[in-house]
Design a protein around this ligand. Sequence first.
Ligand code: PLP
Length: 433
Amino acid sequence: MPPARYEEHVMAPHATSALLSPDEALRARALKVIPGGMWGHMNVARLPPGYPQFFRSASGCRLWDVAGTEYVDLMCGYGPVVLGYGDPDVEAAAAEQRGRGDLMTGPAECQVELAELVVETIPHADWVLFAKNGTDAMTACVTIARAGTQRRKVLVAKGSYHGAAPWCTPSLAGVTAEDRAHILHYDYNDIASLERAADEAGRDLAAVLVTAFRHDVRRHQEAPTIAFAQAIRRICDAAGAALVLDDVRAGFRLHIGGSWEPYGVRPDLCAWSKAIANGHPLAAVTGNDRFRDAAQQVYVTGSFWCSAVPMAAAVATIKKLRATDAIATMETMGHRLREGLQQQARAHDLQLRQTGPVQMPMITFDDDPDFVLGHRFVLEALRRGVYMHPWHNMFLSTAHQAADIDRVLEATDGALKQVAGLADRRQPAKATP
Ligand SMILES: *Cc1c(COP(=O)(O)O)cnc(C)c1O
């Protein structure tokens, strides 16, 4: 599939501004002053035409586009929102800190409070550093692992996303071979390929990087097998390398102590971001005492990394996640969604494939390599007021309550009916009993 171009989504060449919708008008303005109109994962040219690019507001699990259309949002800002948009407790803590100071010449008291809370909440963590983005946190993990081991090679699973820096970005534009010189690949959940890559790295193995589960785009999601998780731990221990868990996406959605706690496999270093401050910009690296000295030696920082408001928001977020059993709530709602969809798929005679943890669902169709059915499904859901993604995992928050899930299911029932019509036309030779 060729990458869609933003321009094609904006307007026909003859359209005049008087005929443009508010979203189209903004996109036309954006095209003149932002390369391609939009960068990165939120560029809706990546989605089937029909998605709004710009939003006016958000609250709880609802989003409003610039035309005022309301959606139940199943993306949560691509992950950062875990307690719902504008959670009152988080925003009160943020506002209180903002009244006293945000970006100052040094950190606020709440930085220490947050560090204590993180170390108390996450069993593998003996210490924590804060940053802004998941990419910062993953890059710092690699740097700390290399500093601590005095080695260079880093094992990365093929297709795993770790961020947008040259060493890991999925696009090779502007990336040199030297940027990737010490990166070796293995296949997720494939112990033999892991062992081969570790052998190749030999005595130069600094770290094995692994995402909490296999949440690659455009394919079904996979939990790590316990044997795979244990194999990584064993290889790292035997080689004296660092097990780096990338919990940027799944962190605080699967387990409050880190996504691999249920496996009994703990990382040496772990990257966090997305959900830790309920939408406020913050990332973290947690680590154990083996890497404390290395974490002290490396120079990692940023102009905004010590802003106090996101840290106050993170304290409130983590306290609320712990106090309200938030993960269980998201799981309950995730099951409600998955079972509802399963019933609907059966009723419409569709092979719906639901993978990933229920609170981070991926929904695709079997035998739909070009996402023809998937695109139709999400567009029909969008028309019915539900914002879904055809090939990236989605996210639930604690703001998604039973009534919201039922609202989603109402939309998906109508959407699946349309998809079923399309699927029938694609397979005219379907056997009749
Ligand atoms: C989003 C993400 C990152 C990068 O985080 P940014 O905040 O976008 O830099 C890294 N790893 C995983 C698994 C992610 O989902």
